[in-house]
Design a protein. Structure first.
Length: 342
């Protein structure tokens, strides 16, 4: 082969290699994906929710994919509304109180207490990054506040003072054990009304003399100012804001027995058999009636003495001073004639 031809072939061969390499490089640059543009974005399972309390922004909440309502930060919202919170680390629960409103919230349990009764909201509280979150409806249904949800924003505010009503009745029991305090009026069983007592509940005599809960006793007729809202329990429960004693005098250490009049004795005394409602009260007691013995119904309204017949259901309130006889005898200061159940 001639030198000129060899040289030409060598140049063509080198040119072919360079062209192929350039084509390969261009192809590589075109088909190899840019990893910066191919990052897999995580699918969002929840959205941030802005939360305002009385017009001021507070910590954010969140809305899960497919959820009905957003979750809001419990402490931030309730403290902004003036509630006091007590964290119970051993049970992952929180006690919340303000005036006559008190409730308990526990992580993972769709059971929110209102006046000692459980209410479900459809969503359990959740603990996220050491913060407890509750559904937005918690403000309205549990705290009696106002909440407006609009997409990913929640506006919370305090409602105006709830409407109050007055109810009268005779105290049948006073419960001071446990976390809550309450007064049962009008009935000793499933009827009547339970008044839940809070730190802001006031007590007084009809003449304005101030009292405390410790001054009250069973058998007293009271007028209670309480919330219009009540639980659907038996007996229903509500929060009392003011208690006024309608009796002229208190009867400290009074005892109470609910039962049936087994006999009306010749001297007019009543043999009552049933169950004692208070400590040291008798299940069977003879009650002597005096000129000052009040005979009333569960609301405290007067009832004719003729209603005290054998078989009548009554609640007798009497002095702790009793004879040692069987059954013991004591002086009754008030007899409540219970209405017949329909």
């Amino acid at each position: 082969m001639k030198p000129m031809m060899k040289k030409t072939l060598a140049i063509l061969s080198l040119s072919s290699m360079m062209t192929t390499g350039a084509a390969y490089a261009a192809t590589t640059e075109t088909v190899v994906p840019d990893m910066h543009t191919m990052q897999i974005q995580p699918v969002k399972t929840q959205l941030d929710v802005t939360v305002q309390v009385n017009g001021a922004a507070t910590e954010k909440g969140y809305l899960k994919s497919g959820a009905v309502e957003p979750m809001i930060p419990l402490r931030a919202v309730t403290e902004s509304l003036g509630f006091t919170l007590t964290w119970n680390p051993e049970t992952y629960s929180v006690d919340i109180s303000k005036g006559n409103v008190f409730t308990t919230v526990k992580r993972g349990e769709d059971r929110y207490t209102v006046n000692k009764m459980f209410t479900e909201l459809g969503t359990a509280p959740e603990l996220v990054d050491s913060k407890l979150y509750v559904p937005a409806s918690f403000v309205d249904k549990i705290l009696h506040g106002s909440v407006v949800t609009d997409g990913t924003s929640v506006s919370v505010s305090s409602k105006a003072e709830a409407k109050k009503v007055q109810t009268t009745g005779v105290i049948t029991s006073i419960n001071t054990s446990g976390k809550y305090t309450s007064i049962h009026i009008q009935d000793a069983g499933m009827g009547g009304l339970v008044l839940n007592i809070g730190p802001d509940t006031t007590f007084k005599m009809l003449d304005g003399t101030k009292l405390s809960l410790a001054d009250l006793n069973v058998g007293l007729t009271i007028s209670a100012e309480h919330s219009l809202a009540m639980t659907l329990s038996l007996p229903p429960q509500t929060s009392a804001t003011a208690i006024t004693v309608l009796d002229k005098t208190l009867h400290k250490d009074a005892l109470g027995t609910e039962g049936v009049i087994e006999a009306v004795r010749e001297d007019g005394s009543l043999l009552v058999k049933g169950k004692g409602l208070t400590e040291n009260a008798q299940n069977e007691i003879v009650l002597q009636l005096g000129a000052d013995t009040a005979i009333v119904d569960g609301n405290g309204d007067p009832v004719e003495k003729s209603a005290l017949v054998k078989g009548a259901k009554v609640i007798g309130f009497y002095s702790p001073v009793m004879t040692k006889s069987l059954p013991p005898i004591s002086n009754a200061w008030k007899i409540v004639v219970e209405a017949e159940q329909e």
